[in-house]
Design a protein around this ligand. Structure first.
Ligand code: GTP
Ligand code: MG
Length: 227
């Protein structure tokens, strides 16, 4: 099966400089999707000869679907080089897809995982992630095996599955929506545990409250729609 690695960036120059050489690139396709970074990220990739596709509209959801339409490979994996995602796990996620999974997730909450907020007294984002994950498992997952991280962006898909899921989220809800739609379609979801690292530089683009509100709206919409 052919493989495509998609690198997602938006003003991540500090982390990209640290991680770029370490990211495995021995795949059939490797390219960047970026909504128009202004901090030198685009110039850095250009210097390296890495193909970059610029989004007309911002949002990770837009980036996911753009990549799925550009790629010609069987498998597609999204990697965001900001420090959170361990490049050593890229091949492990691809392996799950090769073994038959429709969606493969690097989980921050499976046994043996680490989450960015572990060790904090009040890991608010972790708790919110786990509550949302629990809600969609009990509402939509009929497979009998609990998916521990329905939200992490570090994930891969059979490319045709991604194209056929009927995803509409344009921003940070794309991963959550893809998990829900996959549950509804009874697709095979597999996970590996991953250790989430700390952000290396730059700024977070995911604002917790607006993202949480989007998740609730999406959950309710999916609950009342059959598709
Ligand atoms: N291509 C693309 N990448 C994006 C977009 N929005 C965010 N990203 C990238 O997606 C990754 C995840 O976004 P973050 O802001 O780090 O969200 P987060 O990981 O929940 O937040 P932190 O814990 O602060 O890192 C980062 O590498 C961003 O640069 C977008 O619109 N397009
Ligand atoms: Mg991040």
């Amino acid at each position: 099966m052919t493989k495509c690695l998609v690198i997602l960036t938006w003003n991540e120059i500090e982390a990209v400089k640290v991680l770029y050489d370490k990211i495995p690139k021995n795949y059939d396709e490797v390219f960047v999707i970026d909504p128009g970074s202004k901090d030198g990220t685009l110039e850095f990739f250009k210097e390296k000869g890495m193909p970059v596709h610029i989004q007309e509209k911002k949002g990770r959801g837009v980036a996911f679907m753009m990549a799925a339409n550009i790629s010609k490979s069987d498998l597609i994996l999204f990697y965001s080089p900001d420090g959170n995602e361990d490049y050593n796990d890229i091949d492990k996620v691809f392996a799950l897809l090769e073994q038959g999974a429709d969606i493969a997730i690097a989980s921050r909450f499976a046994k043996g995982s680490r989450n960015e907020e572990d060790g904090q007294l009040f890991p608010w984002r972790k708790w919110a992630n786990q509550v949302f994950t629990w809600m969609v498992n009990i509402s939509f997952n009929r497979s009998g095996s609990y998916v521990t991280d329905t939200i992490n962006g570090f994930r891969g898909f059979k490319r045709q599955v991604l194209l056929d899921l009927g995803l509409t989220a344009e921003g940070f809800a794309i991963e959550f929506q893809s998990s829900i739609k996959a549950f509804k379609k009874k697709l095979k979801i597999a996970e590996i545990p991953t250790a989430e690292g700390d952000r290396i530089g730059g700024e977070s683009k995911a604002k917790s409250i607006p993202t949480g509100i989007k998740f609730v709206k999406l959950y309710l919409k999916e609950l009342f729609s059959k598709k």
